[in-house]
Each structure stands twice: as structure tokens, then as C-alpha cells.
Design a binder for this molecule. Structure first.
Ligand SMILES: Nc1ncnc2c1ncn2[C@@H]1O[C@H](COP(=O)(O)OP(=O)(O)O[C@H]2O[C@H](CO)[C@@H](O)[C@H](O)[C@H]2O)[C@@H](O)[C@H]1O
Length: 849
């Protein structure tokens, strides 16, 4: 039993007579008659022999079995002994009377205990509300522990689903059936049949901001009561239930119970209180629940197991609670019975996000592990999970390029018009690690698994237009766990130019027309060099009102006047994030902004740099699934030396290089693009080949650079391997087996490979630019600090200088080398910190007008 002082939940572990209640003012024995009548044995026995002593003093409940607490309470217990001494004689010879007294005492004690329990509960609640700030800090610390507690994530998802069921039932959502504004030409928005208009228009939807004004649930309820019933479903959205995490904690899952309990308290004769004692099915038929709840318990068209599991227990428990109330009306009852106590003890902590909990939809053209050409895929696969761990309800929307075994068809179909062509989409869905993954299926996405950005400019543009049109309506149409997200308390996170049309569509089709008024969009810049450029006529492909052309038009000396999707996204998004602080600065410069620096500077107020994290489940030498065969092995900090050496030998063997533990093995992994500085490595090759090193390069991209890799290998077969292709397994193996990772990128918004390298005890040598400068601290041999080597300009002689120092340390300063490895491996590189900062941005967007 945990030792605690203060709001200790009063849960008796031992018999009643082992509990001693002490006058709360003086810490002296209480004046209750039953104490003076009790045999001394039963009093002293509890204090000396029992392991559990609980007292109540100066408003504090004390409980537990620690010797420290027993010492604390010796004094009052002795006083009790003394007080009861004179009663011994009186009690002897009157067994029946004693028995009766004991029974009576027990009853009163039980009552007292229950009262204390109520007090303790309330104290607990008040004090937890007061200390919510402190709590969240502590929770944040917890969150910085190793990520990947799937169970918790799943549990917190359960909470969120439960909360969300208060906002929408599938049936009601269907009624709401918002118009598919994008399914027609823009002008079609104006012609939406009235029946199809979302009810949020009249009267205005209660948005999260309005809800946040409620100081209590009661206030919220009174607001709802004054509104037409048909709108009330919308009026109790998810966000209401996360007004206060503490309130939420109290409300879910027992919220149904407590809500009904309070109704019956107000009006014990009310119909609802009577109905509540009916068996489950009957009561469902007669709908004792508010309509929005009742319909949730009916079979919904899409209802998976987790949905079923979520609902029924809470409904059942609500009825049990009700029965308790009606059958024990005459006796003052505690709010919770013993069963509740235990469930209270097991109660999940409030979400880390606290009152900031939101519905978040990440929209990305690629998402690992299903689709990935680079870092964007990794981010889309990992950041949402970290946001979900904080308690948000999170979805990722990506195109369905191939057959994804995990994702099941939802049965939802929609039609959208893109550049005059009618296109049908269907939605597939999977729920993994606390995140809903929704894949949009259409013939134009199919068979592109290995060529996501393939085809000509207009092909890609049409795909992205369809994707964004469909994605923006996913929260209305695609039920996840049986319940759609809805558009209240919702933020989209769009990524790079491919989905930069989403903020534009959100504004043009919906917000400009009074729809999705409270939905926000954040645009993340992973790489500003790719912008979705084309001739101004491309504007016709994106189906927007004519005046929107100004958002897209951009002039620069290279392209002249042109159509620029990133430009429009940056202007229309509510907030803009980029993936490091360094890059946030760079994109405001002429050199780093790639013609968008003007727009970025104008919108500087909404820009924030947030350094990427890594998926420490996917990228962890201890659990890496790619290190379990072919002579590789998993390793950790403890087994670093042996484990990493074994991986190095396995890599050398796999690549057909001489298996030599002493030779430094240098790796490069990346898109073969001028951005990554492959040509800088090329210039340094002659010097490198004069050293006793091995070099392995993995990449795919520009054909001339691919050819260069092949040439390196052809010219230096004993030292170099150039692996042209995209292989996730090989990238993991190089990260584990190499000693050094080269990243001479000309620019690097964040960079993930250097983070993966550090996690695997592989030392990065990087050009100090963008996110590389933010994440790789230069090694300082005097202080034995730092994580790798950096060079300050993207030139081969600078690379040679840094790499030379690195090789020198590798060969001659083994201890310093190991220090570098250990610092990298123990650095917190997880997404948790970044997710917290994303949350700040999302909340800022939510309250922004
Ligand atoms: N041939 C290959 N085979 C297997 N795997 C390969 C591979 N080539 C690359 N990869 C993998 O792709 C990812 C590349 O991520 P990066 O962040 O380094 O670059 P990228 O430029 O694509 O991302 C952009 O977005 C990310 C995310 O924000 C930013 O970090 C980055 O700076 C920005 O340029 C890594 O997971 C890497 O292992």
C-alpha cells in the first residue's frame, strides 16, 4: 500500500477496527462515544499489530503502513488507550451489550469512513485542479522517458473516444452531413441544398473557444439547455470534455453515471432515475440517456472492437451506480462505493496535453512505413504518435498508393471534381499506436508505391488537388472507432507543397462560406526548395474562385511570374512551422528562402521552428528488427562495444568489403540531390581513398549522381560501395554498422540521419547548416563534450578537415570516441519534446482569429 499524506483515498485494507479517527483539530482522540466503549484491545491492536493505520488530522487524511507514519501517530494512539482505560470494567460481564455496541460502532465507523472518503475525494479533486500546472510539468518529465508505451497511448485514446462520443453519434453526424463543397466547382458551394448544410450555421456552432469560456460543466449544461435540442449534439463536442483534464478524469468513464446521479439527486422521482434501474436493453429501448448518448449505444454502421469495449462497460457501470442510489436512499451515501474506489485508484492520469487536448489531422503525401521517399514519411509516421501520447485524438491522412494490409475499407465513398474530371475516392482506415491512419484510395494514386511523385507536373498536381479536397472532408465522413472527428476543436497539419492546397481549400471552400469556422490549419515546411511551381495557367487545375489567383502568383527572376502552391499555402495557413530553428532563420534570407523569403518574412509572426524528433521504437539499436539476421545483432549502451563491432563486421561482410574491425567505416544515406552535398563527397574522394577507410553510400535520385556512386565503387572496389536504390533495411544496417556518418548537405531543414546515427553510436560529421547545426554539437576534446564534427561551409576542404579530425580521434583517442558515442546514444532525441511544442502552435492557432 502506498504511503501518502494528504488526499489519500481512504481505502480500508484491513478490518474496520483497525482504523482510528482522531479529532481533526487537536490530533487528540475523538469524543465519539463508540470509542470510549470499545475494548482497549481493539484499539491498541490496530496501532501496534496492524499494518494499516489511517487517521484524520488537521484536515489531512493519513494512510498507509509505513513505519514513519506509525511513529507519527503513536502519540494520539496512546492517548486513545488512556482514554479507554476506565471503560474496561464497565464492559466486562455484559457481552451482549458489548457486542451491540461494537456492531453499532462499526456502523457509525463505516459511515464516518464514507464521509471521510467523500471529503478525501473532494480534496483530491480540488487539490489536483489547483496543482494542474505542477502536474503537467511532472507529466512532461514522465513523457521524456522512453517513448512507445503503446498501452498507455491506447488507453488514452480510449478516453478520447469516449469523450468524443458525447459530441457526435454516427447517426447524427449523418444528419449533419456537411456539403461536399469540393465535389463541385467552387460556384457549387453556393448552390448547396439547404438540407445538406451543416447545422452549425444556424445557430452558430459552439466552438471550442466558446466552450472554453464555461467555467464549469454546469455552465455548459445551462448553455446547452437553452439551445434547440437538435443542435445540442454539436454543442457537446469533444473539446467540452477536455475543458479541464481533471473534469475529464472525473467524467470518463463514469461520466454517464455521475451525470445521471446528479439528475436523480436533483429530482429523485424523475423518469430518468426510474428508467435507469431497468435492465440494459430495456433502458436502451426507452432511451433514458440523452439522445446523443443513446444513439451512440445503438449499433453504428462502423463499429470496431475498441468502440464496443469502450462503451459497454461505462454504460453498465452507470446503471449499477444508479441502483445503488435508489436502494439506499435513506442512508447518506458516499458518491462512490468501494468498487468505484478501486476504479478511482486505477483511474488514468489526465492527458499530458491537459486542457489543450484537440483533434489533430496530419495530412501528408507520404507516411512511413507505408510510403516513404525521405524524411517527410518518417515525420508523418512518428509525430502523430507522439501527439497521441499527449492525449490528443490524432489521425494521419495519406494517399493509398498500394495494398496496405493493416488498413480496412470503411465503406465510405465520395466524389470530387478535379480540373473538370469527376473522381471517386474511398477511404481505408487502421488504428495503430493510438493513431487513426486513413488512406485515401483512388485510381490515380494506385501503383505508385515506388514512384510517389512520378508522372508529369499536371499529373502530380491533379493527384495533390484530389488528395487535399478529400482530406479536408475526412473529419466529416470517415468514422474512426465508429465516430467521426467532426470539425470542432480540430486542426490540420499539412506538410510541404504537396498538401499546401489544404489550407487554401479550407479557407476558400469552407471558412469563407461560414463552414468549418473553428478548424485551423498549420503548414509545415520540410523543404522549401520544392514548391509546386508551374505556369500561371495551372491555377485552372486547382478549382478555386478567380480572386484566389493572387495567393498563388509569384514573381522571381528565375521563374518570372508563375503559379506557386507553397506561396498560397503559406499565406492561408493559420500557422507555419519549419523543422528546426536554424532553418526557420534561413528561409527568411534570400539564399535560404528560394524566392519565398518575402512571403515568409511577411508572415514571420506565424512561423515557428521545431526540431524534429525520431521514432525511438523504429530507430533503436536495441529493438531494430533489421539487426536480427545476417550476423547483425541488437545492442544497447551496455553492449555497445561488442554489439556495434558485430554489426560492423556483418555490414562489411554483406557489402563484400574486407572484414576489418580497425578500419573506420564511413556511411552516407540520402536522396541523391545537390541538397545533400554528394558532389562535395565526390571532390573529397581522392583524399579519402588515401586514408585507410571504407566508404558505403546508399541513395537514389538524380541519375547523374546515381551514376557517380557506381563509378566510385568501380574505381575503388576494395574501399567503396555505392548502393543505388531505396532500402530501409540497408539504411538501418549502415546506421548500425558504420562508425561515422557523413552529411555535407548544402542546406538541411532538419535532417534525420544524423539523429538516427547518434542513437546508434555512429558519429556524425556534418555541414553546420539548418537542423544539422541545431542538433550536432561540435566535439570539444578539452571538455569532452559534443556529439560529432561540424564544418562551417559546404566545401570539400572543410569536409576533409572535419573528417580528418574525426578519423584522428577514432584511431588515437578511443576513450573520447566512446564518450561521443555514449553522449549521442543517451541524448533525448524522441518526438515527445517536439510534440509538446507542436501542441503550443496548435493551441495558438485554435485561439487565433
Ligand atoms: N536510399 C535510401 N534508402 C533508404 N532510406 C533512405 C534512402 N535515402 C534516404 N533514406 C531515408 O530517408 C530519410 C531521409 O530523411 P532526411 O531528413 O535526412 O531527408 P529529406 O531531405 O528526405 O527530408 C526533408 O524533411 C525532413 C523531415 O522534416 C527533414 O529532416 C530534412 O531536412 C528535409 O530535407 C531517412 O529516414 C533516411 O534513412
Amino acid at each position: 500500500m502506498a504511503s501518502s499524506v494528504g488526499y489519500f483515498p481512504f481505502v480500508p485494507e484491513t478490518k474496520t477496527d483497525t482504523f482510528v479517527i482522531i479529532n481533526h483539530k487537536s490530533c487528540h482522540p475523538p469524543r465519539f462515544p463508540f470509542f470510549s466503549n470499545l475494548p482497549r484491545k481493539s484499539l491498541t491492536g490496530s496501532s501496534r499489530g496492524s499494518s494499516s493505520v489511517v487517521g484524520f488530522c488537521n484536515g489531512l487524511i493519513l494512510g498507509g503502513s509505513s513505519s514513519r507514519r506509525q511513529l507519527q501517530w503513536n502519540k494520539p494512539l496512546k492517548a486513545l488507550d488512556k482514554d479507554s482505560e476506565g471503560s474496561d470494567e464497565r464492559l466486562e460481564g455484559s457481552d451482549d451489550a458489548i457486542q451491540a455496541t461494537i456492531e453499532k460502532s462499526k456502523k457509525v465507523l463505516a459511515m464516518q469512513r464514507d464521509l471521510l472518503q467523500q471529503i478525501a475525494e473532494r480534496r483530491k479533486m480540488i487539490s489536483s485542479i489547483k496543482s494542474s500546472t505542477i502536474d503537467s510539468e511532472e507529466e512532461d518529465d514522465d513523457a521524456s522517458d522512453e517513448v512507445g508505451d503503446d498501452k498507455n497511448a491506447a488507453e488514452s485514446y480510449d478516453d478520447r473516444i469516449l469523450s468524443n462520443t458525447y459530441s457526435y453519434s454516427t447517426k447524427e453526424q449523418k444528419l449533419e452531413n456537411p456539403p461536399s463543397a469540393t465535389s463541385s466547382e467552387f460556384s457549387g458551394v453556393k448552390n448547396i441544398p439547404e438540407k445538406d448544410l451543416p447545422k452549425q450555421n444556424t445557430p452558430p456552432r459552439v466552438d471550442s473557444i466558446k466552450q472554453s469560456k464555461y467555467s464549469s460543466l454546469e455552465e455548459k449544461a445551462s448553455y446547452e439547455d437553452n439551445s434547440p435540442a437538435e443542435y445540442q449534439n454539436d454543442r457537446i463536442p469533444f473539446s467540452t470534455y477536455v475543458l479541464s483534464s481533471k473534469e475529464k478524469k472525473r467524467e470518463t468513464p463514469p461520466s454517464v453515471a455521475s451525470r445521471k446521479f446528479s439528475e436523480s439527486e436533483k429530482n429523485p422521482d424523475s423518469d430518468s432515475s426510474k428508467e435507469s434501474t431497468l435492465p440494459l436493453k430495456q433502458s436502451q429501448q426507452s432511451s433514458p440517456l440523452p439522445s446523443f448518448l443513446a444513439s451512440n449505444f445503438k449499433a453504428s454502421p462502423v463499429r470496431d472492437e475498441r468502440h464496443v469495449n469502450l462503451k459497454e462497460p461505462s454504460l453498465a457501470s452507470s446503471f449499477e451506480d444508479e441502483k445503488q442510489v435508489s436502494s439506499e436512499e435513506s442512508i447518506p451515501q458516499p458518491v462512490h462505493d468501494k468498487k468505484d474506489d478501486s476504479s478511482d485508484e486505477d483511474a488514468k492520469p489526465p492527458p499530458l496535453a491537459g486542457t489543450n487536448v484537440m483533434n489533430i489531422i496530419m495530412v501528408s503525401a507520404e507516411c512511413a512505413p507505408w510510403s516513404k521517399t525521405g524524411g517527410l514519411g518518417d515525420v508523418a509516421g512518428a509525430l502523430p504518435k507522439a501527439l497521441a501520447r499527449r492525449g490528443h485524438r490524432v489521425m494521419v491522412v495519406a494517399p493509398r498508393y498500394g495494398q496496405y494490409a493493416e488498413a480496412k475499407e470503411t465503406g465510405v465513398r465520395k466524389r470530387y471534381k478535379v480540373a473538370g474530371q469527376d473522381m471517386e475516392v474511398t477511404y481505408f482506415q487502421a488504428y495503430i499506436d493510438g493513431v487513426d491512419f486513413v488512406f485515401i484510395d483512388s485510381p490515380i494514386f494506385q501503383h505508385l508505391e515506388n514512384n510517389i511523385y512520378g508522372g508529369n507536373r499536371l499529373d502530380i498536381l491533379r493527384r495533390m488537388a484530389l488528395f487535399c479536397k478529400a482530406a479536408v472532408e475526412v473529419p466529416w465522413y470517415v468514422p474512426c472507432g465508429g465516430v467521426v472527428y467532426g470539425d470542432g476543436n480540430l486542426a490540420f497539419i499539412a506538410n510541404d507543397w504537396h498538401t499546401a492546397l489544404l489550407p487554401v481549400y479550407l479557407k476558400a471552400y469552407y471558412r469563407d462560406n461560414g463552414l468549418m469556422t473553428y478548424t485551423r490549419s498549420i503548414l509545415v515546411i520540410h523543404n522549401i526548395a520544392h514548391q509546386g511551381r508551374g505556369p500561371v495557367e495551372d491555377f485552372l487545375t486547382v478549382d478555386l474562385p478567380q480572386h484566389y489567383i493572387d495567393y498563388f502568383k509569384l514573381y522571381d527572376p528565375v521563374g518570372g511570374e508563375h503559379f506557386n502552391i507553397f506561396a498560397a499555402g503559406l499565406k492561408t495557413a493559420d500557422r507555419v512551422v519549419t523543422v528546426s530553428h536554424g532553418y526557420a532563420w534561413e528561409i527568411k534570407t534570400i539564399e535560404g528562402g528560394w524566392s519565398l523569403h518575402g512571403i515568409i518574412n511577411e508572415n514571420d509572426w506565424k512561423l515557428r521552428g521545431i526540431v524534429n524528433g525520431i521514432d525511438t521504437k523504429e530507430w533503436n539499436p536495441q529493438y531494430d528488427v533489421h539487426l536480427t539476421t545476417d550476423g547483425y545483432t541488437n545492442y544497447s549502451l551496455e553492449t555497445l562495444q561488442t554489439g556495434k563491432s558485430q554489426c560492423k563486421a556483418a555490414l562489411q561482410k554483406e557489402l563484400g568489403l574486407p572484414v576489418r574491425p580497425d578500419v573506420p567505416l564511413i556511411g552516407f544515406i540520402g536522396r541523391l540531390d545537390p541538397q545533400k552535398g554528394v558532389d562535395i563527397i565526390a571532390e573529397a574522394i581522392p583524399w579519402m581513398m588515401d586514408q585507410d577507410v571504407q566508404l558505403v553510400m546508399l541513395g537514389t535520385g538524380r541519375p547523374d549522381l546515381e551514376e557517380m556512386l557506381r563509378q566510385f565503387e568501380g574505381q575503388h572496389r576494395d574501399k567503396v560501395r555505392g548502393w543505388v536504390g531505396f532500402s530501409v533495411k540497408t539504411s538501418h544496417r549502415i546506421t548500425a554498422g558504420a562508425d561515422i556518418l557523413l552529411m555535407p548537405s548544402r542546406f538541411e531543414p532538419c535532417g534525420l540521419n544524423q539523429l538516427y546515427a547518434m542513437k546508434y553510436g555512429t558519429i556524425p560529421v556534418v555541414h553546420a547548416v539548418g537542423g544539422l547545426r541545431d542538433t550536432v554539437e561540435q566535439f570539444n576534446p578539452y571538455e569532452e563534450s559534443g556529439l560529432g564534427w561540424t564544418f562551417d561551409s559546404a566545401e570539400s576542404h572543410k569536409l576533409i578537415h572535419a573528417l580528418g579530425n574525426c578519423l584522428f580521434t577514432y584511431r588515437d583517442y578511443k576513450q573520447s570516441w566512446e564518450g561521443l558515442q555514449r553522449r549521442g546514444m543517451t541524448k533525448d532525441l524522441s518526438w515527445d519534446k517536439a510534440a509538446e511544442t507542436y501542441e503550443e502552435v496548435l493551441v495558438a492557432a485554435k485561439y487565433q482569429w
